[in-house]
Structures are given as C-alpha cells and as structure tokens.
Ligand binder design. Structure first.
Ligand code: PEP
Ligand code: MG
Length: 552
C-alpha cells in the first residue's frame, strides 16, 4: 500500500478530509425480458422516478439560483406523463424497467436533439435523469457529484465543466481526478474557483468513501492514512494561506521594488468584480470566445460592443488586454471552424481562422473600438495563435485601421517564440500563452490525461523558448507578459520574471499566492532562479533547481 499517490497539482492549496467518490455512469441496460408482471415493473419505475425527482428538487433548493432552475427543469422532465407512457408501452411489451427507461428516454433525447437550439441542449439533461433512474432501479449510487451531507474530498474519473461549475465550495474541500492534465479546462475551472486539486492521479480509483486523505496541490500529492503530524502540518499551511489571502493587497512587485503588474484572466465581464476584490491590477487576458461558445452564428457588433463596454467599465484607467476570438481545437466555434478537420489543434484556428473570415475579425475590432470610445479603460487587443511575422503584421494592421492604439500577439507556437526578435518589431507587445506553447513544444495534447506528464511548463524546452521572447522584449523595448497557467504557479512566476517577463496574468484566485512569492525575491535572485531552471535537463529537475536556488 503506497503512502501517497501523485498527479499534477493545481494551485498551491492543501486540504484534509474524507473521500466521497463520484459514481461512474451505469452501464447501458441490455434489451431483456422482465420476470415481473408489467404492473410490478411499472410500479418500480414510478417509484424510481419519484425518488430521483425528489432528490433533484432537494439539490435545487440547496443550490438556489441558476442551478436550481436547471434542476427544476430536470424534475419536470422526469415527471413528464408522455415520457412515462412511452416507458409503460415497453414494460407492457415485457421489457425490464431498466431497458424501458433507457429506450424511451433515448427516443425522447433524439427528438430533442433533432429540434436543436435550446431544446437540443436539454437532451443531455434528460440523459442524466435516465441514468439516475436506471441507477436507482439497480440499487447503485446516483451518478454525478455526491452529496454525503458533510465536507469531503471529491474523487472522480474526471469532471465535466458543468459539474465543476456547480460544485458546492462549502462542501468540496478538494478535488482529485484520475484523468485530466494541468491545462484541461476542468483544471482551469478548478483554479478559477480556488479549489485545491490534484489531477491525473493514477491509483485514485482505489480510494474508498470515508477514507481520510490530505490533498496537497503544491507537492502534487494525495497522502493516504496521514499521521497526526502530517495533519497538523497541513492545518498550519491552511492557516498561513488564509492569512496571506487576508493580508492587505498591494501591487505586484519584487523584493527590490521592481513592479510586476498582476493581471486577471477573465472569460466574462461578470468575473471582473471578484478579480478587482482580489487585487487584479487590470486584465491580461479576456477570452472573448467564451462569450460565444454556444452561438451558431457570428456575434453581431452590437452584442459584442455591449459585452466589451461592461468589461471595460469595470477597469477605469486600467489596462485591459482583450484577445480576438480564439476558435479551434479545445474551444471550437461553429461559425469559425470546420468540424471536419482531422487535426484541429494544427488546423485553421486562432488568427488563421479570423484571417480566413475577415468580416468576423473586422466586426470584433469595430465593436472593441466603439467600446473603448465609450469608456476610460486602457484597451489593448491581441491575436491568438500567431505563428509567423506576416500574421503579426496583418493583425496589427487590421487593429490600427480600426483605430485601436495598442495591438499585440500571443506567443503560443514555438515558431513565434523562436522568431520573437522579428515578430516584436512588427507589433506592439507579446503575451505568452504557456498552455498552448507547452502543448506544441512537447507535442502533448493539453486535454489528454495520458500525456499530462509532458504538459509541464517547467520543462526547460519551454523555458528556453520563453527566454527568447524575454530577450526580444528587452532588445526591442516591447512589453512581454505571460497569460498561461504557468503564471499562476508562484515559483514559476518568479522564474518567468527572471526570464524577462514584465507582467503576469492569471485566474484571480491565484493572485494572492503569486503576489506573496514575488515579494520574497529580488531581480537578481529571480534571474538566478531562471538560470538554475534553464540549465536543468527535465521539468522535475528544473523545479527542483529553482527550489534549491531559492534556498528551500
Ligand atoms: C494559453 O494557451 O496559454 C492561453 C492563455 O490561452 P488558452 O488557454 O485560452 O488557449
Ligand atoms: Mg491558447
């Protein structure tokens, strides 16, 4: 029996509590005949539907708000008489309750999907109801996020973004997933909500309900059967982090006073309030595609202008970097991407897709320029997935023609990092997207748990590319930021500054930890940490070398 399990830690948190596992979805029932009478089968199904509906209603009441609306809609679906009739028909034909539910619900799901739009989106909610009813009929635990009625450590194969978004933070002390990498969107959401998480933990499937564990995101470990000393040490760290979070908020700076502005990564204007409360000095990455992920058609100038005005108004006098639509691969937009591409990560995505659909780019830049004219924020715009000097020139020209004063590019592809000394003179600034830069440097899909070990921005190959961009920034006098998840790792943030990065942008929940770590190092020390990490041979050695250079 190992003493701990390892994976990839998200954030710097540590937590302690009993495990509650997320039950996997039940296997689909086989087409088989029932040994019970149709009346008995119908009664079983009716009882199961009532129990499931009552449980969903209870969860809705506890959750409140938007979650309650979703859950109440599910209750209505579960109790739909037409649906029950379809189940009864199958039961009367001698089928088991499980199969009758599976078959009738699937038929309704297909109809909803065919209708498309809002109703189409409800198909997965109906599938969830069916799975719950089938699980109850079999006497298995309900699939989905458990609710043991006390604080717990959630252990799951992986979480759908919707599950993560609905997690009750008062109850879920930490998250452990068997799959998933550090830049999967589940990890990004967990970081966004400040949930202590370790993802990609092989062996976590052997954990059982009620077992006490320590989840240590900073060391990427799940400690099994912890000793009293280990629990006390974890509690001291929990208290210290709470104190750091409660400390007065200052602007980001090194110990020698060198300013390192700390900015926020946002996906909606509504997220601005929390970012400001946590001390964001502006926005380093506004992911505009998050606003339009479910749109079939390109958004209008008016709809975009409204969203951008809302965002910019929240940051008067402050820098706000808005990224042009980054469509493709992990963030497909039907109106910009071709669903038939075999390899979308290497396809017509990011700026490539915008240049192939110029009117969509023009509309976005028009909306941004109009929003800027109505507000006092310092608006910067940048292009995603730039891979050549020509692309950097083309985007900068488009932005300038639309009256936008500061245009720049994201460096997320090794070619643009290597060519940064030629790209920066062609544009206003660079922002390094370490999530994609790591994916493309290591040839490891950022969403794939099986290659998560390679998805590590500490890898010296990634650090060497960042050094190129930092050096080009210093030589040209153009600002260089980092807006990938690497900026949210406190020690790596210091290394990035040592490599010549001027600003760091991250999920607001990470600001306090990064602010504290920066304040412990001078510029000279940050450069020493960077040199130590650069000279390593592996990601693990780079991290270790930086820790040693920091005297830890
Ligand atoms: C990145 O790739 O690092 C980045 C910041 O962009 P996204 O995660 O939205 O692809
Ligand atoms: Mg990216």
């Amino acid at each position: 029996m190992p003493e701990s399990l390892s994976g990839t830690g998200i954030g710097q948190g540590v937590a302690y509590g009993p495990v509650a596992r997320m039950a996997p979805p039940p296997a689909p029932p086989k087409d088989s005949s029932s040994e019970l009478t149709p009346e008995e089968e119908s009664a079983r199904v009716k009882e199961a539907i009532d129990v499931v509906a009552a449980e969903l209603a209870r969860r809705g009441e506890t959750a409140g708000g938007q979650a309650q609306e979703v859950l109440e809609a599910q209750v209505m679906m579960a109790q739909d008489p037409t649906l029950f009739e379809a189940v009864t028909e199958r039961v009367n034909a001698g089928k088991t309750g499980e199969f009758a539910v599976h078959s009738a619900f699937s038929e309704f799901q297909d109809t909803l999907q065919m209708l498309g739009g809002y109703l189409g989106e409800r198909a997965s909610d109906l599938a969830d109801v069916a799975l719950r009813v089938i699980a109850h009929l079999r006497g298995e635990p309900a699939p989905g996020v458990p609710d043991p009625g006390h604080p717990y450590v959630l252990v799951a194969q992986d979480l759908a973004p919707a599950d993560t978004a609905l997690l009750d933070l008062a109850k879920v002390q930490a998250l452990v997933t068997i799959e998933g990498g550090p830049t999967s969107h589940t990890a990004i959401l967990a970081r966004g909500k400040g949930i202590t998480a370790v993802v990609g933990v092989k062996g976590a499937d052997h954990l059982s309900d009620g077992e006490q564990v320590i989840v240590d995101a900073a060391s990427s470990e799940v400690i099994l059967k912890p000793t009293e000393e280990q629990v006390e040490a974890a509690q001291r760290r929990i208290d210290a982090r709470a104190a750091a979070a409660a400390a007065p908020i200052t602007d980001g700076a090194l110990a020698d006073g060198t300013a390192v502005p700390l900015l926020a990564n946002l996906g909606t204007p509504e997220a601005a309030e929390e970012a400001l409360a946590l001390g964001a000095e502006g926005v380093g990455l506004f992911r505009t595609e998050f606003l339009f992920l479910s749109s079939e058609k390109a958004p209008s100038v008016a709809a975009q202008r409204e969203a951008y005005i809302k965002l910019l108004k929240a940051f008067p006098g402050k820098k706000v970097v808005v990224r042009a639509l980054d469509a493709g691969a992990d963030k497909p937009l039907p109106f910009l991407n071709d669903a038939e591409e075999e390899n979308p990560a290497l396809g017509l995505r990011g700026l490539r897709a915008l240049l192939a659909n110029e009117e969509i780019l023009r509309d976005q830049l028009t909306a941004l320029a109009e929003a800027e004219a109505e507000t006092d924020a310092d608006l910067w715009v940048m292009a995603p997935m730039v891979s050549t000097v020509e692309e950097a020139e083309a985007f900068t020209k488009f932005a300038t023609e639309h009256g936008l004063k500061t245009a720049g590019v994201m460096i997320e592809v090794p070619s643009s990092a290597l060519m940064a000394d030629k790209i920066l003179p062609a544009t206003g600034f660079a922002s390094i997207g370490t999530n994609d830069l790591t994916q493309y440097t290591m040839a490891a899909d950022r969403l794939l748990g099986s290659v998560a070990g390679l998805q590590d921005p500490w890898h010296p190959a990634v650090l060497r590319l960042i050094r190129e961009v930092g050096a080009a920034g210093a030589a040209t006098g153009k600002p260089v930021g980092v807006c990938g998840e690497a900026a949210a790792d406190p020690l790596l943030a210091v290394v990035l500054v040592g490599l010549g990065v001027n600003t760091l942008s991250m999920a607001p929940a990470a600001l306090a930890d990064v602010r504290l770590e920066l304040s412990k190092h001078t510029t000279e020390q940050a450069e020493a940490l960077a040199a130590a990490a650069l000279s390593a041979s592996t990601a693990a050695e780079a991290r270790q070398a930086a820790l040693e250079a920091a005297g830890r």
